[in-house]
Structure formats: structure tokens, C-alpha cells
Design a protein around this ligand. Structure first.
Ligand code: IDP
Length: 151
């Protein structure tokens, strides 16, 4: 089963959106296999966003991500990486469709509420930055037989 890494950014926590955002992912059918509230250090943020080092927005991005607590989670489900990206909406909230998280809850690219890994490889890398292997739980939910049509 595919896994992705998701972060409710500091603005999402400050704006009381934790519950609403988690509900969307639960309602869709994804399983939460790890989750915690944490303060991201600059070192951690720079490792997470190392592909953006040198870009004009890099320092403000690191300031943003380290500006307050975040909720990090690992979600599991069928095609969850692409599914979460669609639910999050376009990076720039001005371009994010209504009904997406950024489309419904954000206005500025530098305050876009949520992060989701952009590929299976990025998800694995980000999960290993934020979680220890033993923090990822293996369990099943009884509802899953109503979510998946097993062959
Ligand atoms: P993503 O979060 O949709 O994967 P990325 O291009 O990986 O988008 O950018 C990472 C984060 O950096 C964005 O979510 C946004 O918070 C911030 N960011 C990206 N581009 C800009 C920009 O042009 N100005 C300010 N912040 C930006």
C-alpha cells in the first residue's frame, strides 16, 4: 500500500484547521499510520526543502516552516501520493481550485497551509526525515472492506 508524507504547516495549526484537514483525509478513506505535533528546527526544515536551497523564497520558506508547531503525518492508501496532492490543490492558492484545501483555506503562496510529498520517492525521503521506523504503525480498519474492492 502506498504511503505519503503530509504536513499541516504553522498557519494551518494557528488557524485551527488541524481537525478539518485531518477529517478530509479520513473521509477520503486514507489510513493515518503516523502522526505528531512538533516544532521543526531550521536544520530539519533545510533538509526537508533542500531542493529549494538558493531560490529567492528559500529563507522565507524556512522562517515560515519553523515559525510555530506543525502536524506531520504519514497517510497510507491507494495512489495516496497523487490523491493528497489533488486534495491539497495548486501550490499557489490563487490557482488552487475551490474544494481543495489550499483553494478553500489559503490566499498566499507563502501561507499555503499544507504540504504533501510530490512523488513516492520524495514521500519515502520525507518520512525518514520526520519519523523513526517504529513510529509507523501497521494496522487495519474494519471500514476498509467498504472502501476497497478487493479482488
Ligand atoms: P509544493 O508545496 O506544492 O510541493 P514546492 O514548489 O515544492 O510546492 O514549494 C514548497 C513550498 O515553498 C510551497 O508550498 C510554498 O510554501 C513555498 N513556495 C514555493 N514557491 C514559492 C514562491 O514563489 N514564493 C514563496 N513561497 C514559495
Amino acid at each position: 500500500m502506498e504511503r505519503t508524507f503530509v504536513m499541516i504547516k504553522p498557519d494551518g495549526v494557528q488557524r485551527n484547521l488541524i481537525g478539518k484537514i485531518i477529517s478530509r483525509f479520513e473521509d477520503k478513506g486514507y489510513r493515518i499510520v503516523a502522526m505528531k505535533l512538533m516544532q521543526v528546527t531550521r536544520d530539519l526544515a533545510e533538509r526537508h526543502y533542500e531542493e529549494h536551497r538558493g531560490k529567492p523564497f528559500f529563507e522565507s520558506l524556512i522562517d515560515y516552516i519553523t515559525s510555530g508547531p506543525v502536524v506531520v503525518m504519514v497517510l497510507e492508501g491507494k495512489d495516496v501520493v497523487a490523491g493528497v496532492r489533488k486534495m491539497n490543490g495548486a501550490t499557489n492558492p490563487a490557482e488552487a481550485a475551490p474544494g481543495t484545501i489550499r483553494g478553500d483555506y489559503a490566499l498566499d503562496i507563502g501561507r499555503n497551509v499544507i504540504h504533501g510529498a510530490d512523488s513516492v520517492e520524495s514521500a519515502q525521503r520525507e518520512i525518514s526525515i520526520y519519523f523513526k521506523e517504529e513510529e509507523l504503525l501497521n494496522y487495519e480498519k474494519v471500514t476498509e472492506k467498504w472502501i476497497y474492492e478487493y479482488e
